[in-house]
Write a protein that binds this ligand. Structure first.
Ligand SMILES: Cc1ncc(COP(=O)(O)O)c(C/N=C2\CONC2=O)c1O
Length: 399
C-alpha cells in the first residue's frame, strides 16, 4: 500500500493542541491574544505531533475493539502486547527485555514525573543535557527537585556531549538521576554507541539512576541506527527505558507508552503507586502499530527525509547565514537564525506576528538554545514549503 503524506487533513475543532493550544503553551497567553493572522492562516510547525493520518492498520484495530462495545476498566493482560513490542525492539534494535520489566504509562512525561519522585530524595538533583525538551526540567520542578544541566558543545550546529562537564555534574554527591534523551530533542542527534558508552560509564561510576527517554528512536533518517542505552548496559538495573508509539505513528492522543524498569524495587513502587489502568482503544492501537505499522513507518521516514533535504536546500538559498544540519532523527529541524535576529527577544513571537508561522525556539529548551528555532517537518510538503517561504521572507524583509 502507498500512503499519501501530501494529504492536508483538517484538524479544526478536534481539541488538538496543535490548533487550539498554542497561545497558552508558547506565549503563556489566553484566547484573547491576537495576531495579524487568523488561527487557520497559521502554518503550524510547533508541537511535536504530525499532520499525517495515523496508519489505517491502527485505525482498523481501534474499530475492531470498538465493535466489542464494552469499555470497562482495562489494563494490559494479554501477553501478545509484550510479544508484539519486544519483537519490534528485537527486529529494529536487536534489543530484548524481559516481560516482567515492562509497565505502561499514559505518557513518557507522566512516567518521568512519577519516577523523579520515586527515585530522588528531596535534596537530590536531576541531571540532563541542554538544550533540552523542557519537560525534563518540569519533571524535576514538579517534584521540587533541583535540575542540574550540562550544556552540549555546539560544533557549528552539530552537538556533542561535554563529557568533562557532564562528569563534573554527575559526580555531585546530590545528583541522583540522569534523564538522557536518545535520540535528542531538539538537536536531532542520534548518539553513537561510543558516546552512549561514555554516558553510561559516567553515570554508573557515580551510582546514578538513568532514565533513557527513547521516544524518538523509530524516527531515524534512513541509514541511521538507534542503540538503546540498555543494550550497552544489560546488567545495570538502575537504567529505565522509555519508548512509545506516540511519536512514531502520530498517536500521542492515545496516551500509551512503554516503560521498561529492570529494577525490581522501583518496579514494585511503580506498581504500588501508579494508577495502573489503560484505555482499551490505546492498547489495541499500540499493539497494531508495532505489529503492522512498519510499512507505513518506512514510507513516512522516506517522506520526512525529503522534507529535511528540501529544507536545507531552501535555507541555503534564502537564508545563507542560518546554521542548519539535517537532524539524524526526529521530525524536528533545529535552525540557528541568530545571525539574522540577534536581538529578537522572542523568536516564536516574531515568527507568529511577522510570518504567520507557529514554531518553538529560543529559551523554550531550558538553556543553550539562543538564536535557534525548531521546525516540525512532519507536515505535507506543500505546508513545509510555505512555512519556509514565510520564515525566510519575514527575516529578509524585516526592518
Ligand atoms: C524527548 C521527549 N520525551 C517525551 C515526550 C512526550 O512524551 P508523552 O508524554 O507524550 O508520551 C516528548 C514529546 N515532545 C514534544 C511534544 O511537543 N513538543 C515536543 O517537543 C519528547 O520530545
Amino acid at each position: 500500500m502507498t500512503y499519501n503524506f501530501d494529504e492536508i487533513i483538517d484538524r479544526k475543532n478536534s481539541n488538538a493542541m496543535n490548533t487550539e493550544g498554542f497561545r497558552e503553551y508558547i506565549f503563556h497567553a489566553d484566547s484573547t491574544m491576537r495576531f495579524p493572522y487568523a488561527d487557520d492562516e497559521f502554518i503550524r510547525m510547533w508541537v511535536a505531533d504530525m499532520e499525517f493520518a495515523t496508519p489505517q492498520v491502527i485505525i482498523d484495530a481501534i474499530k475492531t475493539r470498538l465493535d466489542r462495545r464494552i469499555f470497562g476498566y482495562t489494563r494490559v493482560f494479554d501477553p501478545e502486547y509484550y510479544n508484539t513490542f519486544v519483537r519490534w525492539t528485537e527486529k529494529r534494535y536487536q534489543w530484548h527485555f524481559e516481560k516482567e520489566h515492562l509497565v505502561t504509562s499514559n505518557g513518557v512525561i507522566p512516567a518521568l514525573y512519577e519516577m523523579v519522585g520515586y527515585i530522588c530524595k528531596p535534596d537530590e538533583k536531576v541531571l540532563f543535557v541542554t538544550p533540552s525538551y523542557a519537560y525534563f526540567k518540569y519533571a524535576a520542578d514538579f517534584n521540587n527537585r533541583e535540575s542540574i544541566c550540562s550544556n552540549l558543545i555546539n560544533n557549528d550546529g552539530y552537538y556533542t556531549i561535554d563529557f568533562d562537564d557532564f562528569e563534573a555534574k554527575a559526580s555531585d554527591e546530590k545528583t541522583a538521576l540522569c534523564i538522557f534523551c536518545n535520540p535528542h530533542n531538539p538537536s536531532g542527534r542520534v548518539w553513537t554507541p561510543e558516546e552512549l558508552k561514555r554516558v553510561g560509564d559516567i553515570c554508573i561510576r557515580h551510582n546514578l539512576w538513568i532514565i533513557s527517554d527513547e521516544i524518538h528512536c523509530d524516527l531515524l533518517r534512513v541509514g541511521m541506527v538507534h542503540t538503546p542505552l540498555a543494550k550497552l548496559f544489560p546488567n545495570y538495573d538502575k537504567l529505565i527505558t522509555c519508548m512509545a508509539p506516540s511519536k512514531t505513528f502520530n498517536m500521542a492522543g492515545f496516551m500509551m507508552s512503554n516503560i521498561i524498569i529492570p529494577n525490581s524495587d522501583l518496579r514494585s513502587i511503580w506498581k504500588e503507586r501508579h494508577y495502573n489502568f489503560d484505555n482499551p482503544l490505546s492498547i489495541a492501537a499500540t499493539q497494531a502499530a508495532y505489529a503492522y505499522g512498519a510499512d507505513w513507518l518506512d514510507q513516512m521516514r522516506a517522506y520526512l527525509d525529503e522534507n529535511f533535504k528540501i529544507t536545507g536546500e531552501y535555507l541555503a538559498e534564502h537564508l545563507p547565514k542560518a546554521k542548519y544540519r539535517i537532524s539524524e532523527a526526529t521530525y524536528l529541524a533545529w535552525v540557528n537564525v541568530g545571525n539574522y535576529l540577534p536581538d529578537e527577544k522572542s523568536l516564536p513571537l516574531f515568527f507568529a506576528n511577522k510570518a504567520g508561522v507557529l514554531l518553538e525556539g529560543g529559551n523554550m529548551f531550558v538553556a543553550n538554545s539562543d538564536g535557534y528555532i525548531r521546525l516540525n517537518l512532519a507536515c505535507p510538503r506543500s505546508i513545509v514549503k510555505e512555512g519556509l517561504r514565510r520564515i525566510c521572507e519575514a527575516i529578509n524583509n524585516r526592518r
